[in-house]
Design a protein around this ligand. Structure first.
Ligand code: PLP
Length: 351
């Protein structure tokens, strides 16, 4: 349950539970590199998990569930949309760890009870305790707030029955969770080193910001100067950058490195490439998903990685990043969305 990191840069061990397969593969995108003139690599965190779909939340969950177990919890609770990858990955990892999973899911897209799709189908197969919260004219944030109030009641009830609950916020975006991406970043750089490559850029789709925070903490820990860019998949408030830096610093503190501090200058994030909004299909990103499928045999999703990868290509072009630059895209998973509701896919299939 408790494994001190081998990495000598860590000054404090952190509780960790093994719920994934690491290291994940890293490979070059040969055709896309030829087509775009960039030296493109893909880090396959979509292949991280015990279930067939993996994703970036697994790295966070190794530390979150490690923390839960250390605190003697037997139940985990989390939040997301009905097609949330985070919720599905939490449920799957909790089942692997022998913890009881409870999720509060906001139905941004109304699921059809008689034709469950994508992650909601999997959540049901894993036999999680599922509470659907329909946003009644509320935003995702407002509905999530209401879900937290409902969850508090359920937690009180469970604790009265003698259970101990571990509450994980949306996306697992906490300092403990982000320790997973300090590890993830270091793993990636070791793999690039072994290939004799040095990345100029590292891109990821960014939502709750925990992944971006952990990657940046890893970069500051190693003292690298790779440009880390988060492609937003939804609108963010002005505090987003500070929020990401705060999680990054919290993660560094978790590993005993209060001496290293992240500032908002250590990473970038851009709202320019998500189209109309979260879970709303973006035809330009769909075109990129088709291109990756056709030329690389790689699958990406319409909510996160398709928008992220497409945003990356546009960023490289628009910022006149020199051709030949070495660029890594972190594949954060999410491909279960390919089997989700049509509202989430848009006109993806049109060969
Ligand atoms: C959650 C998620 C992200 C965003 O990660 P954050 O840490 O929440 O920013 C990106 N891609 C996929 C597929 C995800 O499920």
């Amino acid at each position: 349950m408790y494994s001190p990191e081998e990495n000598t840069q860590w000054r404090k061990p952190v509780n960790r539970m093994s719920v994934g397969f690491f290291p994940t593969p890293l490979h070059r995108l040969n055709k896309l590199s030829e087509m775009t003139g960039y030296n493109l690599y893909l880090k396959r965190d979509d292949l991280s998990g015990f279930n067939a779909y993996g994703g970036n939340k697994i790295r966070k969950l190794e530390y979150l569930l490690g923390d839960a177990a250390a605190k003697g919890c037997d139940t985990v609770i989390t939040y997301g949309a009905t097609q949330s990858n985070h919720a599905m990955e939490t449920i799957s990892a909790a089942r692997r760890a022998g913890l009881y999973p409870i999720v509060y899911l906001i139905s941004l897209v109304t699921p059809d009870e008689n034709d469950l799709r994508g992650n909601l189908l999997l959540d049901t197969l894993f036999d999680a305790e599922i509470h659907i919260v329909s946003p009644d004219g509320e935003t995702m944030a407002q509905a999530t707030e209401r879900a937290h109030i409902l969850a508090e009641k359920r937690i009180a009830q469970l604790e009265q029955e003698g259970h101990k609950c571990y509450d994980i916020p949306t996306g697992g975006a906490t300092e403990v969770g982000s320790v997973g991406y300090i590890t993830g970043y270091c793993e990636l750089m070791d793999q690039m080193d072994a290939l004799g490559e040095k990345p100029d850029y590292l891109f990821t789709a960014t939502g709750t910001g925990g992944t971006l925070a952990g990657l940046t903490a890893g970069k500051c820990l190693r003292g690298d100067n790779v440009a880390i860019v988060g492609i937003q998949v939804s609108p963010k408030t002005d505090e987003y950058g500070d929020h990401v830096a705060e999680i990054a610093n919290g993660a560094l503190s978790c590993i005993g490195r209060n001496d290293i501090r992240v500032s908002t200058k250590d990473f970038q994030y851009t709202p320019l490439y998500f189209g109309a909004g979260y879970e709303i299909p973006f035809e330009e990103a769909n075109e990129t998903i088709r291109r990756l499928a056709k030329y690389e045999g790689v699958l990406m999703d319409t909510v996160y990685t398709g928008k992220g990868f497409n945003g990356m290509l546009r960023y490289l072009e628009e910022k006149n990043v020199p051709k030949g630059s070495t660029v890594v895209f972190l594949h954060t998973g999410g491909t279960t969305a390919l089997f989700a509701e049509k509202e989430i896919l848009g006109d993806l299939i049109q060969f």
